[in-house]
Design a protein around this ligand. Structure first.
Ligand SMILES: *Cc1c(COP(=O)(O)O)cnc(C)c1O
Length: 404
């Protein structure tokens, strides 16, 4: 079957929860995607920060096809050898102790919240239930994580939200401290808010969160679903700050495109989670584990993350050059590594720009705050960065001619 793009919209049976572009991709190779009409697109979206190693990475293809020929699924009623391996890798890499596997980001953040509340309960503090989140946060779309997400419009028409989530001003330690107390189970933080506009917390903020949480007896949950797994040039985005969270939620990039979620927790916190307290039928199945093991092996290789940082710095310099060329259009460079945000002036129509870039065969992702996100595979090469920046420059020039 080779249906042309134009046929897709007509009479679709797919629920219209997304404003989808009229392109269907049928093949991918590295940073490139090929549409059903044979056109090649440069992928600086990575399926929203998922295709960590690009498309059809030979080692991922080999790992997944090998596992597919052996065993797909057994449930968590039995030991899953791949889980033992990936859990050890994540524990070693994070310095934490134990891992729960699920299938998506929202499941991971939700499990993180359950673990934090249960830990307080087991300590004899059942009133410690509140999770402090940030304004502008995105933690997922389940009812629980909608309550954690600060996007009121996402909640419209979905009935009562679960209680126990408060939102404090982004990056504001004083407000955080004022909101802490014996009712707070955890502070949940994205060190770079992806959906919120590639907004990075101010220097020193995470250390301040850690200190304040310790003082008030609360845990720290790092939502690394988007910023983790090498996206910022470190395996975990908080690593540069030397703080250690109690609980880390992972998903998007962890298995390079195979659905997965994971929560890493410290021993103390996790002892609250005994058989029967939580579960997932699919969580950590052998296919997901084969993919995740491969991604973690590649990212752990000597020089891989250093290479990401080096090429990300190159992208930075190129975008700064664009900003000098288009000072009226680009207002701010945001984010870090390959979770890069270009905040546009109010006058620029973000969705129109994303569309124009797509027409020029460059895939990008819009975010809040009129911010264009660049989320390329971590394997993107310099010549591909050059091409992406050239296309971006062309699209900006079509809005307003560049300054000389
Ligand atoms: C995408 C995202 C989620 C939700 O992940 P899903 O897999 O879509 O459920 C949660 N937190 C952050 C920071 C994300 O970027």
């Amino acid at each position: 079957m080779n249906q042309k793009a134009a046929d897709y919209a007509a009479d679709t049976a797919v629920m219209q929860t997304y404003g989808r572009a009229e392109i269907g991709f049928v093949r991918g190779d590295g940073c490139w995607l090929e549409s059903d009409s044979g056109e090649k697109y440069l992928d600086c979206a990575s399926g929203i920060a998922v295709n960590t190693l690009g498309h059809s990475h030979p080692r991922l293809v080999a790992a997944l096809t090998e596992q597919a020929g052996k065993l797909w699924h057994t449930s968590n009623l039995y030991r899953i050898p791949g889980q033992e391996i990936v859990a050890k890798m994540l524990a070693r890499l994070s310095g934490l102790d134990q891992v729960f596997f699920c299938n998506s980001g929202a499941e991971a953040t939700e499990a993180a919240v359950k673990i934090a509340r249960r830990a307080a309960y087991e300590k004899g503090e059942p009133e410690r239930v509140t999770i402090l989140c940030a304004k502008g946060a995105f933690h997922g779309r389940t009812l629980g994580m909608l309550a954690a997400t600060d996007r009121p419009v996402f909640r419209t028409g979905f009935g009562p939200m679960p209680a126990g989530f408060d939102h404090v001003a982004f990056g504001n330690l004083n407000e955080l401290r004022d909101s802490l107390g014996s009712h707070v189970a955890a502070v949940m933080v994205e060190s770079v808010q992806g959906e919120g506009g590639a907004r990075q917390v101010p220097d020193g903020y995470l250390a301040g969160v850690r200190k304040a949480a310790d003082e008030f007896g609360a845990l720290v949950i790092a939502d690394e679903v988007q910023a983790g797994i090498g996206r910022t040039g470190r395996l975990f985005s908080y690593e540069d700050t030397a703080i250690k969270p109690d609980i880390v939620a992972l998903a998007k990039g962890l298995a390079g495109g195979f659905p997965i979620g994971a929560v890493i927790a410290s021993k103390a916190v996790g002892s609250a989670m005994t058989p029967g307290t939580h579960g997932s039928t699919f969580g950590g199945n052998p296919l997901a584990m084969a993919a995740a093991q491969t991604v973690l092996e590649v990212l752990s290789e000597d020089g891989f993350l250093a290479g990401v940082r080096e090429r990300a710095a190159y992208l930075d310099a190129e975008i700064i050059r664009l900003q000098a060329q288009f000072p009226d259009l680009i207002s701010e460079l945001r984010g870090r590594g390959f979770l890069r945000g270009i905040r546009l002036a109010e006058t620029v129509d973000l969705l129109a720009l994303v569309g124009a870039l797509r027409d020029d065969r460059l895939l990008t992702v819009p975010a809040a705050d009129n911010t264009l996100r660049l989320l390329p595979p971590l394997t993107i090469e310099r010549d591909e960065i050059d091409l992406a920046v050239a296309k971006l420059g062309g699209a900006l020039a079509a809005i307003t001619p560049a300054k000389a």
